[in-house]
Design a protein around this ligand. Sequence first.
Ligand code: NIG
Ligand code: FE
Length: 404
Amino acid sequence: MENTKWDKLWINANIASMADGKLAYGLRKNSAIASKNGLIVWIGRMDELDFNPAEKSEQVFDMGRKYLTPGFIDCHTHVVYAGSRAHEFEMRLKGVKYEDIAQRGGGIQSTVQATRQASEDELFEQSIVRVQSMMQEGLSVLEIKSGYGLNIESEIKMLRVAKRIGQKFNLHICSTFLGAHTVPKEYTGRSNDYVEYVCREMIPFIAEEKLAHAVDVFCEKIAFNLDQTEKIFQTAKNYNLLIKCHSEQLSNSNSAELAAEYGAISVDHLEYLSETGIKSLTKNGTTAVLLPGAFYFLRETKFPPIELLKSHNVPIAIATDCNPGTSPTTSLLLMMNMACTLFRLTPEEALAGVTKNAAKALGLSKTHGTLEVGKVDHIVSWDIDHPAELSYLFGQNPCHKIYR
Ligand code: NIG
Ligand code: FE
């Protein structure tokens, strides 16, 4: 144990570190954890603390046997948007399909219209309500996609709002450029021209201004085809941006393989993912992001190939997909519950999905996602008696405190 004083020390804690180890959840019962300059510098058993904690650390938090986990990471969200699509929910309940609403100019297009019309401040005000709700459940890293602007001004407006959210709440934001979310109205029948615009003007500008760290594409019949998707990946690669993909959500287009071959950090949704696709994920170290909220809200019946993902050792992350059309939720805890009830993940896998594997899905696993020496000291304390309760409870929030 080094001699310098620590900044923070949590004592009498049950630590679900999520680090690899013999015990489930990387559990360390009756332990303590210390940090300095924002990084974890020591973890050990309480009986290894052979000094007065108050003398060793600037701040000491007595957890009274509460559970600690890594800060939660929501690795797939469209949390910045304007308006609501409750009326489309009503239409779907009367039997209209999501794809049909999209084809009639509703769906993503209707949120594009509302988002384009909103001023940057209005967009910010509407979005922070959702972010505040996310933060009550232990959030420390938030991915935010653009994709409701679909022209350079409005895409930039969304990404600026994302940046402001990070500043306001001292949250780590990973911004993703999703200019290829759908073909905007003014490009109807000219999707190749729109892809050209994305690749020639939007991505170079976004990269130059460092407005996003990754590029995402919605590869689907109602959005972009495989060739168009590849063109965008190629451009993203040329500009050294990370790659993600909305893959195999409503049908199989083999975009997961394509994304993996381009070194994608994650492919997301995956209901229609094939075994060949899965092998490609393993080979290229791509994380699978499952979005049970969208599955539930669209009342999907086709399940992502969970068992195959597991048997091929693909890391599985879980996210809210917070968006007005397919997953109007801000609750990662609810997503953990749904990942277990709908997708049959274990509570431990669900917790890994919003910590360790969510960090992988954002390319942050060197610094985030587990409580280990050298990683950031984003720590959440919970009023629970066992970490499985985080997945077991739903509609209840046992979050005690978030330390960031
Ligand atoms: O992740 N799949 C594409 N994009 C979103 C839905 C966006 C919307 O309907 O507004 C999703 O499900
Ligand atoms: Fe999405």
